[in-house]
Ligand binder design. Structure first.
Ligand SMILES: *[C@@H]1O[C@H](CO)[C@@H](O)[C@H](O)[C@H]1NC(C)=O
Ligand SMILES: *[C@@H]1O[C@H](CO)[C@@H](O)[C@H](O)[C@H]1NC(C)=O
Length: 212
């Protein structure tokens, strides 16, 4: 059985001047800024964060705190779901300002094919034309049998979606790891923890190895 997940994302390349980040003394893996015994004033002059009392570096580089998307509506459609995601976090981050709201269209296209489209419903962005990456025509109705189950978080929860094999219950994809979803003008990230022998392709530029 082969299962296909289709992801569609629209990108627009623009150059943002915004590069603001934040200070969070409790964040993990803070990077030292400056030098030993640096003064608070010097630390601020370097546009870094000062934390006199914390264990670890007193002066550290600002961190990127991603916007968290929550489900603000979830509807069942004839062949899937439509979700609207919003984030209240308007802190400009490394990649610009998080796009909000976002729409997630989930289509159960065939018994083996599921399509997840995450996009900005208010501003049409450039999408890879189907003559370059041909997409199968979507059927109009939900197939009678499905070889997978799709699950998403509920209303007001942090957004994630997960796909498992119907027969074995094996989890193929669960985006509820790390940042869950990042959706910026210049950067999009969605991740999943993978089993040791994974069978997922066409996705993923970065791999993080975690030990259990
Ligand atoms: C940093 O401060 C400590 C304590 O005041 C001092 O012993 C040490 O010599 C200083 N190090 C540098 C590189 O200035
Ligand atoms: C995906 O992860 C979330 C959060 O850990 C969990 O509640 C959910 O049951 C998982 N879903 C599947 C299908 O693994």
């Amino acid at each position: 059985m082969r299962m296909r997940l289709l992801f569609t994302a629209a990108f627009l390349l623009t150059v943002w001047g915004i590069n603001a980040q934040i200070c969070d003394d409790n964040a993990k893996n803070l990077q030292n800024c400056g030098w030993l015994n640096m003064t608070e004033q010097d630390c601020h002059n370097y546009n870094c964060c000062w934390a006199q009392s914390r264990l670890g570096p007193n002066c550290y580089h600002k961190i990127f705190k991603p916007a968290i998307y929550k489900v603000s509506s979830k509807e069942t459609t004839s062949n899937g779901y439509t979700l609207v995601l919003t984030t209240k976090d308007i802190i400009p981050a490394k990649y610009g300002i998080a796009i909000t709201p976002l729409q997630v269209d989930i289509y159960m296209e065939t018994a083996d094919r599921l399509r997840v489209k995450i996009y900005d419903p208010n501003n049409h962005r450039w999408e890879i034309p189907t003559r370059i990456v041909p997409a199968p025509n979507p059927p109009t109705n939900k197939p009678v049998y499905l070889n997978y189950n799709i699950e998403t978080s509920e209303l007001n929860e942090v957004f994630w979606f997960a796909v498992e094999r119907a027969t074995s219950g094996e989890v193929i994809f669960n985006s509820s790891v790390g940042n869950s979803l990042l959706f910026y003008d210049q950067y999009i990230e969605v991740g999943s923890q993978l089993p040791k022998a994974f069978n997922l392709y066409g996705l993923g530029k970065n791999m993080y190895f975690v030990s259990s």
